[in-house]
Design a protein around this ligand. Sequence first.
Ligand code: ZN
Length: 332
Amino acid sequence: MSETNLRPSSISATVDFNAAGIQHGFLRLPYSRDDSAWGSVMIPISVIKNGEGPTVLLTGGNHGDEYEGPIALFDLARTLQAEVVSGRVIIVPAMNYPAFAAETRTSPIDKGNMNRSFPGRPDGTVTQKIADYFQRTLLPLADIVLDFHSGGKTLDFLPFCAAHILQDKDQERKGFEFVEAFGAPYSMKMLEIDAVGMYDTAAEEMGKIFVTTELGGGGTATALSAAIAKRGVMNVLKRAGVVSGEIDHKPTQWLDMPDSDCFIFSESAGLAEFSVDLGERVRKGDVVVKIHPVGRTGEPPVGLVAKIDGILAARHFPGLIKQGDCAAVIAQ
Ligand code: ZN
């Protein structure tokens, strides 16, 4: 760790992480700017603590345009009673609050992508300061971490809960047990292609059980995806033993993303016409999406083909696609 990382965080919590009961407050990050000389970014946080037991850290809005997490977590923060808790639940419904408020993936303040900003910097940008606070204050408090994601405005996913394939097989097995408990329609064993800077990696390197989701996308939530998120978070709390009661088990289909052949990137720009919808089967060599050139009439489309057999697990969401965009993900 470099010298600068030893500085105290400028973020202060208005909640006491060791106090029993229910507290609703903020992580206050001083942010001096044109419209507020001594202003702050105020990130809502709830702490519900009672008796003995593990600490579960629940986060949404790591990316600001993904909504199932914030829906489930604002709801949980409002409804979870201290009497039913054995241990501690820390809820941050919108981790990158400036991005959430702007309905954008990254922060409008510094363009920071929270999930590429770890371990963060106490003397860095607003996004780096939030990452540093999670790295050095919140993650060390946690035993189990559930971080909600979905596709945002530019991707759409089959609803799945996921954990990573890890070198520590005991840690990996515990992660998959929590994925199973979450009970999304699909469960994914994820191999991360580029894990540097991720919140996931930061938590896993501390030995925490880390579970994540992709629950839909398109910059909105559906009735179904919101219900999956709400049920899943309660199931995780029950699996952790922090809330008593039976896990609401639902059948789940396990999927694998074995290697980079899962991903189909577009080498051209144009109008995307999918040949299959999410959840449908494809075979190696099938055209998954046709990219129609839109600069002039009379030009043939470019067909993007599956490199493996599987099902369509994720797709580009907007109608127009740019060169280099991820067009589709095929899972097995
Ligand atoms: Zn995300």
